[in-house]
Design a protein around this ligand. Sequence first.
Ligand SMILES: [Ca+2]
Ligand SMILES: [Ca+2]
Length: 355
Amino acid sequence: MKFRNLILAAAVAALPLAAQAATIIVPAAGTGPGANNSQWQSELTLHTAGPREMTVSLTFHQGTNVLGPVEVTLQPRQTLSIADIAKTKFGLSGGTGAIVIDVADRDAKTLAVTSRTFNTSANGEFGQDIPAINAADAYRLGDIAAIPGPSVASYRFNAGVYAVEAAKITWSVLRADGTVAATKETTLAAGEHAQFGNAIEFIGATKQGNDTIHARLTEGKAIFYGSIVNATDDPTFVPAGRTREDITINFAGVDLDENGTVDIADANGDGVLDAPLQIVTSMFPDYFRVVAEGEFGETVSYEVISSPAQTEFLDANGTVTVVASGSVKGKSGEILLRATAGGSSSVLTIPVVFK
Ligand SMILES: [Ca+2]
Ligand SMILES: [Ca+2]
């Protein structure tokens, strides 16, 4: 009994850490001298709408180096700005990085975070808002972070990344007409920040107006951003847009007698056959053909995800065999198939009734 109590106590103690923490990231912040004798700094502003005191933990990530943590406590409904945070909280005299804010889940619900990075030069003071992003909203496999560059090629164009998990990234430069000018791979450790000052050149091309950077993850999760600085050192933050390049897989339906005509359709295009397929329970197999193609006529390959009966693809043409034993007679269920074309996949659902 004593042993059991100990295990319970350990499980309870471990819960709050695992289940109730949120991470919010300001993907770019900095301090110190910039181009053309300018001086940069970042101000972080925290507000809680909550009726209770709360504490956040701040770290500053430069490459794989992590400065901090520094704890900041907010009183109920307080708004607090931290001037030149990279310098005043983390002791940096120059550099760029990401601010990572760790906060209990309950407190994250009450917290608003903004930041402003501005630049003082002979031309005046110019600033940009850099929004905070929840780690739960990081980009993942299949997403393309699209970072559109300036229409004026001479403006400075930076791109940056913060890896929420260890990440492998393929960067590419797309010209205004969609042709790919260069690609490059990078690998980041979990918690690593990187900013590329001349991003188009870093990837391997010479910049032109309306270049767009695509960042694709082949492993892990990350947050991406860009920034543009014009000839008078006026910066503009460029949020990455979450995009995809999937082709649509059109599921026509099933051809029951394999004569080339669809007998039960997916007319509303939701990937679910519009009426159930009747399958006779028997020791002999039932056959039908799945009819689907990519939106540009691509051939589809199939696999069975799950089925209430023994289900296999007989050929590359989509012919399926189902052997349903008497044990499922009178029951209904769904056969789930994965259809893949041109690197894109979608799930096709075939409702079935066993006779
Ligand atoms: Ca037919
Ligand atoms: Ca349907």
